[in-house]
Design a protein around this ligand. Structure first.
Ligand SMILES: Nc1ncnc2c1ncn2[C@@H]1O[C@H](COP(=O)(O)OP(=O)(O)OP(=O)(O)O)[C@@H](O)[C@H]1O
Ligand SMILES: [Mg+2]
Length: 260
């Protein structure tokens, strides 16, 4: 059996008195692709944001590649206490670097070209020299089909092209895991496929991915596992064809009836 790349165990997250995640447990195997679907406000983005610690969980644990996210486990040996100890900001940044995240909005630097956007992380965070960073960035732009747009600024690119630059920029940090939060929702319909194609290729190359999406065709073809979340709990999960083709719960049926 492959080791889980992501292990989410009994995770709860509240904002004030509003409990948004109410005991989520989910494993994503290495090289696996999990799609997360569910109604607006069900906690999908919050779940992804907890995985890379943009949000602090209220209870439970998350491991990525065997490392506990956000905390160090104290084993109680010596004079140290048993329990969890918060990681220092630098340690958190290190963890976050290994997890790529692509959002609905592309968040590119507007005054930097596509090439400079992709080079930014390696140069400023990983201290890669500019020659190597540029070589890497050109290779990644080529991989997302934008070799000829390296010198364009975001405003000169279509939404689909900007999103592909954003994916290349995440890949430049050599992530172990990629999180996608509705990466095609802000795109005009005719631009959706070019982004999904890049994501499909990434999955085929063995990238471990968690994808929040309303693209059920993509989920059916690319995901190994589909999770339906409603009200902060996993209502139903399984192989995408089963969940989509033969949903067992009324809530899943109602949701799928609206989006498919
Ligand atoms: N920073 C925050 N402070 C307070 N409440 C929040 C915060 N972030 C999210 N929430 C609440 O948590 C709930 C879940 O939000 P979340 O963004 O995870 O939903 P979602 O499933 O991603 O929805 P959508 O499909 O609309 O993107 C919502 O009720 C939202 O208002
Ligand atoms: Mg969301």
């Amino acid at each position: 059996m492959t080791e889980a790349m992501v292990r989410i165990s009994q995770v709860r997250k509240s904002f004030g008195s509003h409990e948004v995640l109410r005991g989520i447990s989910l494993d994503v195997p290495e090289r696996g692709v999990v799609c997360v679907v569910g109604p607006s406000g069900s906690g999908k983005s919050t779940l992804l944001r907890c995985v890379n610690r943009l949000e602090t969980i209220t209870a439970g644990r998350i491991w990525v590649d065997g490392e506990l996210i956000g905390y160090r486990e104290l084993d109680g040996r010596g004079s140290r206490r048993r329990g969890l100890c918060l990681l220092k900001p630098a340690e958190l940044c290190k963890q976050r670097e290994s997890i790529g995240m692509v959002f609905q909005r592309f968040h590119l630097f507007p005054h930097r070209t596509a090439l400079e956007n992709v080079m930014e992380g390696p140069v400023t965070v990983q201290r890669v020299n500019r020659v190597d960073a540029e070589r890497l960035a050109r290779r990644l732009l080529d991989r997302v089909g934008l070799a000829d747009r390296a010198d364009y600024y975001p405003a000169q690119l279509s939404g689909g092209q900007q999103q592909r630059v954003a994916i290349a920029r995440s890949l430049a940090m050599s992530p172990k895991l990629m999180l996608f939060d509705e990466p095609t929702s802000a795109l005009d319909p005719e631009l959706v496929q070019e982004v999904l194609t890049v994501m499909r290729d990434l999955a085929a190359d063995g990238m471990t991915m968690m994808v929040v999406t309303h693209e059920m065709g993509f989920a059916r073809e690319v995901a190994d596992h589909l999770v339906f979340i409603d009200g902060g709990v996993i209502v139903e999960q399984g192989p995408p064809r089963e969940v989509l083709g033969n949903p067992r719960h009324e809530r899943t049926r109602a949701f799928l009836g609206q989006v498919v």
